[in-house]
Design a protein around this ligand. Sequence first.
Ligand code: SAM
Length: 226
Amino acid sequence: MRRLFFLINSFLLRIKRGRKVKISNNSKINLGCGMTVHNDWRNVDGSFNALISKFPRFIIQIAYSLTGARKSFTKQDYVNILYENNFIHYDLRFGLPFHENMATHIYTSHFLEHLYPNEAELLLKDAYKVLKKGGVIRISVPDLEYAISLYPQEKKDMLNKYFFINNVNNTFSNHKFMYDYDSLSEILYSIGFQKVERSKFCSGDFPNIDTLDNRGTDSLFIEAFR
Ligand SMILES: C[S@@+](CC[C@H](N)C(=O)[O-])C[C@H]1O[C@@H](n2cnc3c(N)ncnc32)[C@H](O)[C@@H]1O
């Protein structure tokens, strides 16, 4: 059943390729949001959950039992998260579905590593264009430096957790690349960001950070300013 959902989802994402979604000026955009969302934000994800978020409530309730969501959410929470937030269903390998100079903030947590490096760079270039001058992107990814520091003690666990996530039913959950502070900041500077800074879990004045930041120990946090 999940394989079928994945195939339908992939087909619909392909149809939407290249579309632009109208958003208001000064928007805040959350990329690869999963279910970690806030209703002040435009939350973009390619998942089946994002697809059905605009469906009638009873369909979301049926999907709850079929998608595996019950492992992580109560039915009520699942329905409320999808129903009450603003999701955009889009495959971010195709870049960002927004016009230039529309956003003040972009957030992305544990998503970039799900893209190949060329796809991630394309996406970050688009993010730069969609941000207004002075806008900021906050990025959280699994920290390669941290993963390597675990290597001697927890080799098998670390390899499965960080490098070789490989799910044949849902290739969106696979990891395709890893970053440390130096490699990611180098990419951001090469795209044109003026200032790149290391940040910390739930630290700083980025809007709604307490809701959005959700992975403390294993993550690298970076903010880049246009
Ligand atoms: C590990 S989850 C992170 C979710 C959330 N940002 C968080 O921090 O909890 C990665 C998310 O990226 C999404 N994703 C992976 N590849 C994608 C793609 N090509 N386009 C859009 N979303 C994608 C998945 O559907 C999933 O929701």
